[in-house]
Structure formats: structure tokens, C-alpha cells
Design a protein around this ligand. Structure first.
Ligand code: ADP
Length: 161
């Protein structure tokens, strides 16, 4: 039997409980979810690709069906190379829609073999983003409840606390 594989791509700079919620829900639908950290040189990340991948790996704590990888270049090429057929993306407030709609249409134009699946955020994470987490953490504000403890520790280390 072929395995149903989905790719969940993103910056994950750093991973939050909002991302984790999407991963766990994805695992109820797919045999494997590949969390694919984008090596996007345009965005200036706080954590390197390697650090972001390692944080996700630690947070997932050996859940065999969720794997972590990094990718550069065209997402569709990566997805097809992995033998996956679905891209998972999360949708928060209306503001996510416009951008996600564009990307999904573009990817559909490149390949009809890959489908983008949108999952609505869970209410507690509606306004949670990596950017907000970084902003609050940089000001020494509380991020418990937004990111797992080991991510909070990594943020503290980045901001030299
Ligand atoms: P990108 O830079 O590709 O947007 P992110 O790491 O910010 O990468 O997000 C990766 C994916 O996770 C995106 O589809 C984003 O909409 C989704 N996502 C991020 N935060 C949340 C959240 N709180 N709830 C649901 N989905 C989320």
C-alpha cells in the first residue's frame, strides 16, 4: 500500500503551538507529515535553518510519522521528489488568505499533481505567529502558552538572557 504523504512547508522561525496544532491535525489525515523548513534567503530569520530544524525535531520528540527536513528551490519540485501529493498550509485571520491564494494558484499552475490543503487555525492560536513570538520575547515578555518550553529557552538564549 502506498503511503499518504503531505508536506507542511514554512519558515518555522521558530515553531509555535499554532504550527504544532496543524502538524497533529495533519497526522490524523496523512500517514506521514514532512515538516519542511524553507531555506528562504530573502527573509532574515532569527534562527538558522539548522537551528529551526533541530527545534522542531526536539519538539516532535520522536513522533515517527512527523519528520523534519529542509528545502530550497521550488516547493513543487521538492514535494514531487518526496513522493507527496499534498501541501498543508494553515489559515489564520483573513489576512493570510490573499497571499495563500496566490501561492496555491501559482503552485497549481506548475503541477496539477499536487493539491494544497488549508487547515483553519484552532481558536486559541488565531493570532499566534512566529513574528509576534519574536517581538514579545525580544522585549522579555511572556511567551509561555505560545511556544513549547524548549523553544522559549532557545529564544532566551538568542536574546542573551
Ligand atoms: P511562512 O513563512 O511560509 O508563512 P510560517 O512558519 O510563518 O511560514 O508558517 C507556516 C505555515 O503555518 C503557514 O501556512 C501559516 O499560515 C501556518 N501557521 C502559522 N502560524 C499558525 C497558527 N497560529 N495557526 C495555524 N496556522 C499557522
Amino acid at each position: 500500500m502506498s503511503r499518504n504523504i503531505a508536506v507542511y512547508p514554512g519558515s518555522f522561525d521558530p515553531i509555535t503551538y499554532g504550527h504544532l496544532d496543524i502538524i497533529n491535525r495533519g497526522l490524523r489525515i496523512f500517514d506521514e507529515v514532512i515538516v519542511a523548513v524553507a531555506e528562504n534567503p530573502v527573509k532574515k530569520p532569527l534562527f538558522s535553518v539548522k537551528e529551526r530544524g533541530e527545534l522542531i525535531r526536539e519538539v516532535l520528540d520522536g513522533n515517527g510519522r512527523a519528520t523534519v527536513d529542509t528545502f530550497g528551490g521550488l516547493l513543487i519540485d521538492y514535494v514531487l521528489a518526496k513522493g507527496a501529493t499534498v501541501i498543508i498550509r494553515g489559515l489564520r485571520a483573513v489576512s493570510d488568505f490573499e497571499y495563500e491564494f496566490q501561492i496555491a494558484q501559482m503552485n497549481r499552475g506548475i503541477s496539477l499533481d499536487v493539491e494544497t490543503l488549508f487547515m483553519m487555525t484552532s481558536v486559541p492560536f488565531s493570532y499566534l505567529s512566529s513574528s509576534i513570538v519574536k517581538e514579545v520575547s525580544s522585549l522579555n515578555g511572556p511567551v509561555d502558552g505560545l511556544v513549547p518550553p524548549l523553544v522559549k529557552k532557545a529564544l532566551d538564549a538568542k536574546y542573551k538572557r
